[in-house]
Every structure is written in structure tokens, then in C-alpha cells.
Design a protein around this ligand. Structure first.
Ligand code: PLP
Length: 459
């Protein structure tokens, strides 16, 4: 055998064994702790090793068990951050995408894969009420937000040729950190990001945006874009889309929607997302609330000229010698990436395997789980809800105990995993439901675990 080649038999055995390991792992998820009990020293001891000259062959699969014991599993009791659940059909799609190893730069490089990605992006756009938007898949919401704001900059304050000029971006003080990162990376200057006050529901105040724009214009600054969070990472607040779209139109600004967390819920509760189609660009994360394995984000845009202005710059070595509109299509003209993996295959398989109704139902269930937790918090004398629950993130606290200490205990106990947020100056315990495996019993565990952890504290 030549180096790196496997016999058909060995390859088939390896693939079968890997499939068996995967199936066992998925079956074991309900009994796994919500977070591994491990340390930096322990994981280094287990995995820090030299790359040997001799191959280990099939024994490489033996490490899976230790790896699986030291990862954060996608159980139905992991409620931290905005952590999707890695739907298995999507995972199999990811495996098959790697088998095909397509480079989705352009139709010419990956005919079927690029056609499928364009179809799948159309499904997502239509599912969230934005039929007719084009777009592309990318690694994460942070990249999608960066590309959205790059399109804004290149459309209104072109910088690709002569360098960036400061342009002011308006977002809520609850906006995700990726917005500030994008503003700085785009050379707009982080001091030109206005993180503006929110209302009692933690939604960006339209009047604050109007005032800030007027003030910036008086000071000789150049307003560039408004970022609407839909919903915010901490509480799922949905910024007032119609008002913000109207301001953007009147002022000649770009409207980008950061929908990495919330926008997919438009499939189940479209009425909450009225006005979404007024945006110029929208990020949404299928690896969050569409349950897909990481990575799978999408940037949608109303007009394909905008990404072309921002990203189209190709060398002669990628010239396409063709006139057919399908066959000349190149994602590298509309994206930061050149080499792009076949992310669309997992969506293509998973969305069709289950069908649209199943996804709508799963998102609806997450929304009900959040309501259930909010109701339980409100009816518990020791607990207090800290923010409204428009989508599926619930922020609450223990009224008398140290909530940071409670959080550490909850995580150490390993039954459920919560994360945290700061709400109006209060440290909040936060549970987010974007997981198709969660059951109402898992939701009940949250209150039990928080109270048990609080009871263990002496203060
Ligand atoms: C509102 C919001 N925007 C952007 C992001 C960043 O997405 P990603 O982690 O996929 O880069 C997140 C992640 O949680 C988010 O909640």
C-alpha cells in the first residue's frame, strides 16, 4: 500500500466502527453530565502527546471515549450561552460533506454543492419571511455580522481602494460582542460604535438612535449603519424593526440585523419578526436555533450588488471562462472566504429528513420551555425573573443568595448547565433553550438544581 492509502476493507471497517461509536454516543447523551468534570491538567495529561513516526491504525478510534468524556456534551440539560444541539442527521451530512471534500468557491469548482447551497439559502430566507434575499453560508454569526457590516461600509463609505474612513454604527447596549469586533476590524474605529440605551424590555430605543444620529451629524460625523439585534444574546430582546428600518431609510443608513440567536424562530412565530424583510442584511445561525452541527451560519442580503462591492476581487487564476449565469456563479464574489466547505449538505439532509413542520414544532417547544421556566421562577418565593422572555432565554436570580456562587455550584453539580448575564446591574442566572433534546423534565431540573445549590451555600 502506498502511504496514506487504506484497503477497501480497512476503510469500510473503520467507517462502520466510527458509525457505531457515533450511534452509541448519541444514545448515551441523556445519561451524560451537563458539563464534564475535568481540569486543564487532566486534559493535557490525556491528550498532550508527540506525533509518532509510526501510525496507530484503528487504535485512533480508541481515543473517542476519553475525548467524549472531556467535552461539553449536547445533552438536553445544557442551557448555557446559545448552544445548539448538533442534530444527528446534520452530523451525518457533515461527514458525507467531508467525504465529498468539495471546495464551494464557485459553481465550476463544486457544481452540485454550490447549487445546493443556493437552494438551501433560499429555503432559510423564505422560512424567515425574506423570500428573494440571496446569501451564503459561513462559519459563524461573528463572520456573518462582519460581512454584513463590510457590505454596509462598502456601499456607503467605500474603503476597499483608499482605506477606511470613520463611519458611525448604532446598536443597542445589549448588542453581541461580534458587532464591536466587526467595527474595529473594518477600520471604522470602535469609538464610532454607539451602544445605545434600551427600554424596559431591553430593546434598543428608536428615539435614542434618532438623537445619536442627529448629534453625530451636528458634530460632523458620518452615520453609516444601524444594527438591530433579533434577539439579543442575553435576553432574546427583539429590537423594534419597523422603527429602525424607518430611521435607516430616512437617514440613508444600512440596516443590518444580527439574528444569529433569534431569527430562525420566525419559522414558528413569524408575528414576532414583522419588519425583518426591511433589513439590508441579516445574520442567522443554523448551528444555534436550527440545531445543526457547528459550523453553519448564514448571511442573507437583499441585493447581491452589495456583497459584490465588498468582496469581489479575484486573481486571474480563478477566471471563469463561461457565460451561463448558473455556471459563472462564484461565492467568492459574495463572501470573505475562497475555500469553503460544503456546509449546505447537512442542512439539505437534515431539513428534508425531518421536514419543515418538525423544525417548527421543535422551535415552538423551545419557546414553551422558556415560558415554563419563567413561570416556575415567578411562582417560586426565593427566585426572581430579571427580564421579559420574548424568545427562549430566561434570566433570573435567587433573591437572597450570591448568584455567582450558585452558578459555580450548579455547574459543579453537573446536572444542568446555566450561564450568566448582567441585567440592570444584577448578576443573572441564564438558561437558553435551543435544543431539540430538552424535555419538560429537564426544565424542571433547573429550578431544583438552583435551589439545591443555593441551599448548599452558607451565606
Ligand atoms: C446575538 C448573537 N450574535 C452573534 C453571535 C456570534 O455567533 P457565533 O458564535 O456563531 O460567531 C452570537 C453567539 O451567541 C449571538 O448570540
Amino acid at each position: 500500500m502506498r502511504a496514506l492509502e487504506l484497503s477497501d476493507r480497512d476503510l469500510s471497517d473503520l467507517a462502520s466502527e466510527a458509525a457505531r461509536i457515533a450511534a452509541d454516543y448519541w444514545a448515551s447523551l441523556p445519561s451524560r453530565p451537563a458539563y464534564p468534570s475535568t481540569s486543564g491538567t487532566e486534559t493535557s495529561r490525556l491528550f498532550d502527546r508527540p506525533w509518532a513516526n509510526e501510525g496507530r491504525g484503528r487504535a485512533v478510534l480508541d481515543d473517542f471515549s476519553a475525548i467524549a468524556q472531556h467535552v461539553r456534551p449536547c445533552t438536553g440539560r445544557f442551557f448555557g450561552y446559545v448552544a445548539g444541539s448538533g442534530e444527528p442527521v446534520g452530523a451525518i451530512g457533515d461527514f458525507l460533506a467531508s467525504v465529498l471534500n468539495q471546495n464551494c468557491t464557485s459553481w465550476r469548482s463544486a457544481p452540485a454543492a454550490v447549487s445546493i447551497e443556493r437552494v438551501v439559502v433560499g429555503w432559510l430566507a423564505e422560512a424567515v419571511g425574506c423570500a428573494g434575499f440571496a446569501g451564503s453560508l459561513c462559519g459563524g454569526g461573528s463572520t456573518a455580522n462582519l460581512m454584513g457590516l463590510a457590505m454596509a461600509r462598502e456601499s456607503l463609505l467605500p474603503a476597499n481602494d483608499d482605506g477606511a474612513r470613520p463611519g458611525v454604527v448604532y446598536a443597542s447596549e445589549q448588542a453581541h460582542m461580534s458587532i464591536a469586533k466587526a467595527v474595529s476590524l473594518l477600520g471604522l474605529g470602535r469609538n464610532n460604535l454607539r451602544l445605545l440605551p434600551v427600554d424596559a424590555s431591553l430593546r434598543l430605543r428608536a428615539d435614542a438612535v434618532r438623537d445619536a444620529i442627529a448629534q453625530d451629524r451636528r458634530a460632523g460625523k458620518t452615520p453609516l449603519a444601524i444594527v438591530a439585534s433579533v434577539g439579543t444574546v442575553a435576553t432574546g430582546a427583539i429590537d423594534p424593526l419597523h422603527d429602525l428600518a424607518q430611521i435607516a431609510e430616512t437617514e440613508g443608513l444600512w440596516l443590518h440585523v444580527d439574528g444569529a440567536f433569534g431569527v430562525m424562530a420566525a419559522l414558528a412565530v413569524p408575528e414576532k419578526f414583522d419588519g425583518l424583510s426591511l433589513a439590508d442584511s441579516i445574520s442567522l445561525d443554523a448551528h444555534k436555533w436550527l440545531y445543526q452541527p457547528i459550523d453553519c451560519s448564514c448571511l442573507l442580503y437583499r441585493n447581491r450588488d452589495a456583497p459584490r462591492r465588498a468582496f469581489s476581487y479575484s486573481g486571474d487564476y480563478v477566471r471563469i471562462f463561461n457565460q451561463d449565469p448558473e455556471e459563472t456563479f462564484a461565492f467568492f464574489d459574495e463572501s470573505i472566504e475562497l475555500t469553503r466547505r460544503f456546509r449546505a449538505l447537512k442542512l439539505w439532509m437534515s431539513l428534508q429528513y425531518h421536514g419543515r413542520d418538525a423544525y417548527r414544532e421543535a422551535i415552538g417547544r423551545d419557546l414553551r420551555h422558556a415560558e415554563l421556566l419563567a413561570e416556575s421562577v415567578q411562582s417560586h418565593p426565593q427566585l426572581e425573573l430579571l427580564a421579559p422572555v420574548p424568545l427562549s432565554a430566561v434570566c433570573f436570580r435567587h433573591r437572597t443568595k450570591n448568584n455567582e456562587a450558585i452558578l459555580r455550584r450548579v455547574i459543579a453539580r453537573g446536572r444542568v448547565y446555566l450561564s450568566n448575564a448582567m441585567i440592570n446591574g444584577h448578576f443573572a442566572l441564564r438558561a437558553c433553550f435551543v435544543n431539540h433534546r430538552t424535555t419538560p423534565q429537564d426544565v424542571d431540573e433547573i429550578i431544583r438544581e438552583v435551589i439545591a445549590a443555593a441551599d448548599e451555600l452558607n451565606d
